[in-house]
Design a protein around this ligand. Structure first.
Ligand code: GTP
Ligand code: MG
Length: 194
């Protein structure tokens, strides 16, 4: 999709704050610093509309980006950031769980993993959780610009093996640096939100 209009409608922490427009939503989940906000910027064709950082833990709220008054991309705070207190982690857990399990407009989840490494235990837990709630998932192996092309097939097959893939799921490689995978991700989003 060629995006002309995008707006950060709200940064929400509680369900009462979620937008009421009724547009279909696609959420982005993944470890802190994996590149969720960067993926949103690539999808909407903006350099730094969604705030990104080299430091993990940048995104702290559910950020609803209205795209073309058609759909929302929802930036979700990352998991697995060691410096967060137990109390903060629990708060995060409740906020995410409430959103992912009780939101009728949520039509699919993009789950990001770092293409340079095997999926972590937390990545697998998140995928199991999404499957349990029968949410359609696109797994994205990101930062692929840091992996030489000759290894792309290997990265894909070992990620799929580790994830223990369900047939209905999809997988794609992505780079926010050179936009590899942008069209494939948009195609999936449009399929899920039409
Ligand atoms: P939190 O908000 O902390 O959960 O992180 P996030 O998942 O939103 O990550 P963010 O988009 O802020 O990116 C983290 C860092 O990774 C930044 O320094 C980005 O520039 C870098 N980064 C993100 N995507 C890519 C990519 O595809 N390739 C490369 N080389 N770097 C990337
Ligand atoms: Mg972020």
């Amino acid at each position: 999709m060629k995006v002309h209009n995008v707006e950060l409608t709200i940064s929400a922490v509680r369900p009462e704050q979620y937008p009421g427009d009724g547009f279909p939503e696609i959420a982005l989940v993944g470890r802190s610093n994996v590149g969720k906000s960067s993926l949103i910027n690539t999808l909407i064709g903006r350099k730094s509309y969604a705030r990104t950082s080299g430091q993990p833990g940048k995104t702290q709220t559910l950020n609803f980006y209205n795209v073309e008054s058609k759909l929302f991309l929802v930036d979700v705070p990352g998991y697995g950031y060691a410096k967060v207190s137990k109390k903060e982690r629990e708060k995060w857990g409740r906020m995410i769980e409430t959103y992912l399990t009780k939101r009728p407009s949520l039509k699919g989840v993009i789950s990001l993993i770092d293409a340079r490494h095997e999926p972590t235990e937390l990545d697998i837990q998140m995928l199991d959780f999404l499957h349990y709630y029968q949410l359609p998932v696109l797994t994205v192996g990101t930062k692929i610009d840091k992996v030489s092309r000759s290894k792309w097939n290997k990265v894909t097959s070992s990620a799929l093996k580790k994830i223990g893939f369900l047939n209905k799921d999809a997988f794609t490689l992505f780079s926010a640096v050179d936009k590899t995978g942008n069209d494939a991700i948009w195609a999936w989003i449009e399929k899920m939100t039409k």
